[in-house]
Design a protein around this ligand. Structure first.
Ligand code: SF4
Ligand code: SF4
Length: 329
């Protein structure tokens, strides 16, 4: 069982590795002007402000044999990138869109969505010049996810997270190679480690769902029980639209994740972050517990939308509520 908020004391090695700056400050909490997100962990070619803490967390995770195996170099994360073939296959955007979605769904993806690249999807100091972004989602085994919090001897949730990140990596790498084989440039972005690309904002734009109070996505089929990867490409494609079905309204009157979070990191109210009012998780409170629990998934596991079979019913209910309220206006 999760410990109550006030009882949680972070491991000393995590406190020792904490930088002088607050992660909330780095994230732009309270800033009213939009700006790109600042990288804070290991972002090639250099370690950022929270890089030492990331090292301490990874060192802790390596103490678990189960987690070590999941993230070993032998883990099945898909093929190496192939060369782009010289002869380019020309088709229109609608045909390519249908084609790459079919390819992804037939090669282990559960969700696929497409958005035009925007500067706000890229961390400060980095550049991605490809015009299209293909977002990929893979569903998690909810029972294993919801076994969080993990211990070093029983890392059920962390192993599930790692295995699904590996699956998401396979989808993005296989899809990249497929696109390169058609003579169009593509590059895969796969988790769990931070890279130049922010995953959640483009996933929302691609129709994967709404941002929940726990700071993760809520999807109308899988709730918060899924992981992301992405492919950027120059192939001509058509954009998807955001999917708003009432998860944000639901969060306004739900407290499941705020009560379940052991360090009390989840705010009851939206906050302004880099010029946008949104749900926000306190980085400094979350990250030590997240590290200790091998990548804590308590908030997304306990979220009512994540329970198998529940999200479609809740979405239907919330959409009916929205229609009723619109009629009353
Ligand atoms: S647990 Fe409740 S408040 Fe938290 S994200 Fe899920 S629906 Fe929203
Ligand atoms: S991941 Fe972070 S915000 Fe979510 S329950 Fe764990 S500590 Fe709390």
């Amino acid at each position: 069982m999760a410990k109550p908020h006030d009882d949680y004391a972070p491991l000393s090695q995590f406190l020792d590795a904490f930088p002088d700056v607050s992660g909330n400050e780095v994230n732009g909490l309270g800033e009213t002007t939009p700006r790109p997100a600042t990288p804070f962990f290991w972002h090639p070619p250099s370690k950022q402000s929270f890089g030492d803490l990331q090292d301490a967390v990874l060192q802790h995770h390596r103490l678990s044999a189960g987690v070590r195996a999941t993230y070993s170099p032998k883990a099945p994360r898909g093929p190496r990138a192939v060369e782009q073939v010289q002869l380019q296959v020309d088709r229109d955007a609608a045909a390519w869109t249908a084609d790459i979605k079919t390819f992804a769904l037939e090669n282990e993806a559960d969700l696929v969505g497409i958005v035009p690249m925007k500067p706000e999807y890229v961390y400060e100091g980095y550049e991605i010049s490809e015009p299209w972004l293909i977002m990929i989602g893979v569903a998690m085994d909810h029972e294993r996810l919801n076994a969080a919090p993990d211990t070093l001897d029983e890392p059920t949730s962390a192993v599930e997270v790692g295995e699904q990140y590996n699956r998401a990596a396979r989808v993005s790498r296989n899809l990249t190679n497929y696109i390169m084989g058609q003579g169009h440039y593509a590059k895969a972005y796969a988790g769990p480690y931070a890279s130049a690309l922010l995953m959640i904002p483009p996933a929302i734009a691609a129709g994967f769902g709404e941002l929940g109070k726990h700071g993760s996505l809520i999807n109308r089929t899988y709730g918060s029980s899924f992981r992301l990867s992405a492919v950027v490409t120059k192939m001509p494609l058509l954009a998807d639209a955001p999917d708003v079905f009432g998860a944000d309204d639901f969060c306004a009157s739900c407290q499941v994740c705020t009560k379940a979070c052991p360090p009390g990191a989840i705010s009851e109210t939206k906050q302004t972050v880099r010029g946008v009012e949104k749900w926000y998780v306190d980085f400094d409170k979350c990250i030590p517990y997240f590290g200790e629990a091998l990548g804590c998934g308590i908030c997304i596991g306990r979220c009512p939308w994540s329970k198998p079979g529940t999200a479609p019913r809740l979405a239907e209910k919330m959409l009916a509520r929205r229609a009723r309220l619109a009629d009353e206006d």
